[in-house]
Design a protein around this ligand. Structure first.
Ligand code: ARG
Length: 419
């Protein structure tokens, strides 16, 4: 019986060539797997292409619900952003794809899984690490990492083997799911080159966006966005609508010189209208309901969480532990946030919460303030205590008061000798 290999299949050039290459090199049966993570794709075409390329079976799984519930929403709670800029769409999708590869491989009695990631990127790490953590008995094969073909050589290989390729005029390498669209390579490899309009599909150019501002109101329950403009929506639908609305107003483009895990700096461009809008609103609501101590500590947790996710360590126990902390903080993160969108700009203009720590009677500069200004005097006395002492010590040092002068010491020693 032939060995079976489960291949994560997008239907693009790389993974289509992978099917044939795995059959030839390993004399194996190839089973393809495509996940629906909300990317805007024709899945029937992908299935047809898999069949035409010679895969013995094709699975197409709708994983949108799982993706949003178990990956995207924890990322919202964590305000997940790598290097403060990238909302992690691709990074969040990879461990889920890997998980499903393992499930299909186990169900089908496959001995290996394969993916089309290159040896230069982050995605290979995310896939390999997750698969091996879940089922160490499975071999992971990454043909693109092994074969070392250029894109042109892949096209020749495809032609020679009668592989039908999606007619694509895109010069970019694209990965997309509900949370965002990642665009790289081609002319974007020059970090000084402004991304051409042709790179974008989700976001309207600001100059073409509506001339009047758009508003949206997001309602959060324990850190999860549940309503849009007062209407209760499933999370998938909510994200879709925010993507559409914010994208229409020109919001969501990110241009980032990114530090990849393998040490390469790379120019990455993203479209993530919903991710930017929802995280901005969520962060703002947290500022209203969490204490400054919670906020300051959570900030470090968020950076660590985003780094673990970016760097392929979704299965790392520390990530679970950080998630527990984050979940605890989210119990009070309920309320409404109003966002204004205008020609590429995004700004929170209002927020309310039953858990608000904002007390108008304390904050007001009007007469009815309940804040006792006299108590500030004692506070300042103690708050600055150590700084005052340190300043005094510093000034004594510069005036030479509290230093044992080396010369003086020496002369005393000499004095003793001469006695
Ligand atoms: N740099 C991003 C990341 O590592 C995006 C990767 C996009 N992948 C792709 N195949 N185009 O998450």
């Amino acid at each position: 019986m032939k060995e079976k290999i489960v291949l994560a299949y997008s239907g693009g050039l790389d993974t289509s060539v992978c099917v044939k290459w795995l059959q030839e090199k390993y004399d194996a049966e190839v089973i393809t797997l495509t996940l629906d993570l909300g990317q805007r794709e024709e899945f029937s075409e992908i299935a047809a292409r898999s069949k035409a390329t010679g895969a013995v079976k094709h699975f197409q799984l709708d994983a949108k619900e799982e993706y949003v519930t178990n990956y995207v929403m924890p990322s919202v709670a964590a305000n997940g952003m790598y290097q403060g800029k990238y909302p992690l769409a691709t990074a969040l999708g990879r461990p889920l794809i890997a998980t499903k590869m393992v499930e299909v491989a186990e169900a089908e009695g496959a001995t290996a899984v394969a993916h089309g990631c290159t040896g230069k990127g982050n995605d290979q790490v995310r896939m390999d690490v997750t698969v091996r953590a879940m089922d160490p008995s499975l071999r992971v094969i990454a043909p693109v990492r092994e074969w070392n073909m250029s894109r042109d050589q892949e096209l020749v290989y495809a032609k020679e083997h009668g592989i039908k390729i999606k007619p694509s005029n895109s010069v970019f390498s694209i990965d997309q799911n509900l949370w965002g669209r990642s665009i790289e390579s081609g002319p974007l490899e020059d970090p000084d080159f402004e991304p051409p309009v042709a790179a974008f599909e989700w976001v309207t150019q600001p100059r073409d966006a509506p001339d009047t501002p758009g508003y949206l109101e997001l309602g959060f329950a324990e850190g999860v966005p549940k309503t849009l403009d007062g209407e209760e929506l499933g999370e998938i639908e909510l994200i879709k609508r925010v993507n559409q609305f914010a994208g229409k107003h020109g919001v969501g483009i990110i241009d980032h010189v990114e530090d990849r895990l393998v040490g390469i700096k790379s120019r990455e461009v993203y479209e993530a209208p919903a991710a930017l809008t929802i995280i901005e609103a969520h962060r703002d609501l947290e500022q209203l309901v969490l204490t400054r101590h919670e906020l300051a500590f959570k900030n470090g947790v968020e950076r660590e969480w985003s780094w673990l996710v970016y760097s392929g360590l979704w299965m790392e126990p520390l990530r679970f532990a950080l998630d527990s902390f984050i979940r605890t903080t989210q119990r009070r993160v309920s309320g409404n946030v109003r966002v204004k969108l205008y020609k590429g700009g995004l700004r929170v203009v209002g927020r309310t919460s039953k858990n608000s720590l904002y007390r108008p009677k304390l904050s007001t500069y009007q007469k009815d303030s309940t804040f006792d200004q006299a108590s500030a005097v004692g506070f300042i006395e103690l708050w600055g205590l150590q700084s005052r002492i340190a300043a005094k010590v510093a000034s004594e040092i510069t005036r030479g008061k509290n230093v044992e002068h080396p010369k003086r010491k020496q002369s005393q020693a000499l004095k003793q000798k001469s006695k």
